[in-house]
Design a protein around this ligand. Sequence first.
Ligand code: MEV
Length: 332
Amino acid sequence: MTTASAPGKIILFGEHAVVYGRPALAIPVTQVHADVEILASTSTGIWIHAPGVHLQADLNSLPSDHPIAAVIHNFLFISRTPLHLPPFSQKMGGVPRRGEGGQGDGKFPNLQINIHSSIPVASGLGSGAAVTVALVRALSSHLNYPMTDEEINAFAYDIEKLHHGTPSGIDNTVVTYAKPVYFVKGQPIEIFKVGAPFTIVIGDTGISAPTKESVADVRKLWEGDKAKWEGVFDQVGEIAKKARTRIETGDWRLLGELMNQNHALLQEMTVSSPELDRLVEAARKAGAVGAKLSGGGRGGNMIALVQPENADEVSSALKSAGAKNTIVTQVT
Ligand code: MEV
């Protein structure tokens, strides 16, 4: 049996503007994760069991652009493992391919793949990216085809396009490297340093909201008035740059105001929601240093920066204001 896992993530600053080339900061959240186990199977074919998304199926019965099926097809393709179906895309731009890819005259590997994830789906915590990365890692190890983090990241970015349409690549990057990431689309990955640890409370609205939709809606706004939205994205980018400096110098108390400003700009982008705003307000009233939505928005999660001794109070305030779940995480 082979196992692999990958963490969830939160975006601290810069979501949405990052799709348009501005910097963003994200950190892994290890309290939630995707876990994959692969066993040799006595039944013919590749069987996938993913109870979290109510999936119990033979690979061949799934459309080839189903995100989980696509990971398997693409992996079998790049690793030249004999297979029956072509990969979901013949143009896997980002995937560094070694060799020509297998075209299926050999024997299909018989596998049972079990996927369990504690990351809520469509909640801004990177569940899609985590499942992809854990699954690729497990396949790479089980089928003895070693891949570097860079290769896994490029592979996962291709799959993210199925989840998100036009992703920036930040989710797959932070989940692959499992480190705090300062991300600019198309540029080499920068891991940022945390000068002094700080505490974040994550509050879940319990409302699932596909990132694909909010990203598409922001694109419509941008297409309608590029000058205006480029200006808004610039402001978000400046906030992310300042935040990085404050985190690196250990001045985390000064981050709160930046979070509040970033939330206001996300409201302007129409990606907040009454439920997210209610949680953000409740966190601030309970003494959080700052708060904002995190990820695609419209539902999903928000984050609050807190003094460590205030984390429980903010957590309870979030639950009273309707949060379905809270997670307290230390950024180190
Ligand atoms: C999603 O976690 C972050 C967004 O900026 C989309 C992306 O960067 O691909 C909303």
